[in-house]
Design a binder for this molecule. Structure first.
Ligand code: SF4
Length: 469
């Protein structure tokens, strides 16, 4: 890190210039209220003093007490990225995109419906995972009216396996609103788009710029990383201050025309060149304007997010058989995977897990029953009565619990869950009329939108064990 020393009122020297790879350094000068009062200085071009150190003079500061701070502390975009840099960024990015753009199924359309669906699918999900879902979705629901008039179950079924199911429910709600209140037309402005369920600032900007060419900025995972590096922003880019800065920057660099392509280019560059680890700076069209490349701070920017503390949970579910059918329950509002169907599922307390004598078990191999849970074939009697009572309360049906079928592991947000799947037989009772419960033949499992683990268990219960995607 360079040290700055004030010689007289407005002269400074830089002692360790070679820390900066491009022999070039820009410094912002702030007063004690942290207000920018000094000019940007290019040390590399300044004359050397008698000791061989670069020396420069601040040309036009206000006459007040100065202190020198590291450049990344500023949150003023125009000062961080001046006009020549912005021009170079637009020009170089444009010519790079012409040669290197990713060919993606949702790129060659300006239909807001398709762009919207693809953007919602891409949230928290990789491009490769989205592509088959994207095609399947449009085979079944090719336009907005189809989506608005579809059953929620049908939409959830098309979403099964993508996760974050509130996205699908919000799509469905927003489609109805677009038909009912907007005559089936997408609004073109970001503010109105953001009023639709599930559409945040990024998605609104993407729809507006990709579909309508509106001059709207975007910040998503790839561009957040790219902007942070272009600016050498060292604080948390997800903090309020970080978000304000990056959105301001995204808006500041927008060209006057071809905004959709420009935003696509930024996303592509972030995804393919300015990667999270080992960004390919030598191949980057923006290397000459990138402040992180200048400073050699690629490994430190953006600031790594803190990993959430993981909590282990053990749950049980029952494949309750009655004749040839099994009992499925639709998950309710406030539960994980709302709207999807599942086998009746219950949590175990830490004390109950202890009575199973199976330890935490979380590090053991996936779905390896014999290694993972030696000795656990049946639910121990200490837990059995409580679970049977809970099943009865949840479903209205009394059961005889049976043997362990499968142990499945999966994660939800910060929870790592081990799911013990037991067989059970119907004993007596009638399913609750005030809950969504159905007896389902294995042949009909494919007609239900199931949770991921329910699908795994359903496949096991299906005679030919055909994997349903
Ligand atoms: S020069 Fe390197 S760090 Fe900077 S934007 Fe390009 S790939 Fe990212």
């Amino acid at each position: 890190m360079a040290r700055f020393r004030r010689l007289k009122n407005y002269d400074i020297t830089v002692d360790k210039q070679k820390a900066y790879t491009h022999n070039r350094l820009q410094i912002l000068i702030h007063n004690h209220s942290n207000r920018l009062v000094g000019a940007i200085i290019d040390i590399g071009n300044s004359p050397r003093n008698s000791k061989g150190k670069n020396k420069t003079t601040v040309s036009n500061p206000q006459n007040e007490g100065l202190r020198f701070i590291d450049d990344s502390a500023s949150n003023s975009v125009p000062d961080l990225f001046d006009s020549p840099r912005k021009t170079a960024l637009r020009r170089n990015l444009k010519s790079w995109y012409r040669k290197k753009r990713r060919e993606l199924p949702w790129r060659d359309t300006s239909e807001p419906y398709r762009i919207w669906i693809s953007e919602i699918m891409l949230q928290q999900t990789t491009v490769a995972a989205v592509i088959p879902y994207y095609h399947r979705f449009f085979e079944r629901l090719p336009d907005l009216v189809d989506l608005a008039t579809a059953d929620e179950d049908a939409v959830l079924q098309l979403w099964e396996g993508l996760g974050y199911y509130s996205r699908a429910r919000n799509l469905h709600k927003a489609a109805k609103l677009l038909i009912d209140e907007f005559d089936g037309e997408f609004p073109r402005d970001v503010a109105t788009l953001q009023k639709l369920p599930g559409i945040g600032r990024y998605t609104a900007g993407a729809i507006a710029s990709f579909a309508f060419g509106v001059r709207a900025p975007i910040v998503e995972a790839n561009t957040l990383r790219l902007y942070s590096r272009l600016l050498a922003y060292r604080d948390d880019p997800k903090s309020t201050a970080g978000q304000r800065l990056l959105w301001q920057f995204a808006e500041d660099i927008l060209p006057k025309t071809d905004v959709g392509d420009f935003n696509h280019a930024l996303m592509d560059l972030g995804a393919t060149v300015c990667r999270p680890s080992e960004p390919d700076c030598p191949e980057c069209p923006l290397v000459r304007v990138c402040r992180t490349a200048e400073l050699g701070l690629q490994a430190e920017i953006p600031l790594a997010k803190q990993k959430p503390q993981i909590t282990d949970l053990t749950e049980v579910c029952f494949a309750i058989r009655h004749g040839d059918e099994y009992l499925l329950r639709r998950r309710q509002a406030g539960e994980w995977w709302t709207g999807l169907w599942d086998f009746p599922r219950l949590s175990l307390t830490a004390e109950e897990v202890a009575t199973l004598g199976i330890g935490s078990g979380q590090r053991n191999p996936k779905r390896s029953k014999s290694k993972m849970l030696p000795g656990l074939e049946l639910i121990p009697s200490a837990v059995n009565d409580r679970l049977k009572q809970e099943v009865s309360t949840l479903t209205g049906v009394e059961i005889h619990t049976g043997e362990l079928l499968e142990v499945l592991k999966h994660g939800v947000t910060r929870y790592r869950i081990r799911l013990l799947c037991f067989k059970a037989d119907y004993a007596q009772g009638t399913i609750r009329s005030d809950a969504e419960l159905e007896w389902v033949h294995p042949d009909a499992f494919s007609e239900f939108a199931l949770t991921k683990t329910a699908r795994q268990l359903a496949n096991r219960l299906t005679p030919d064990r055909t994997e349903t995607q």
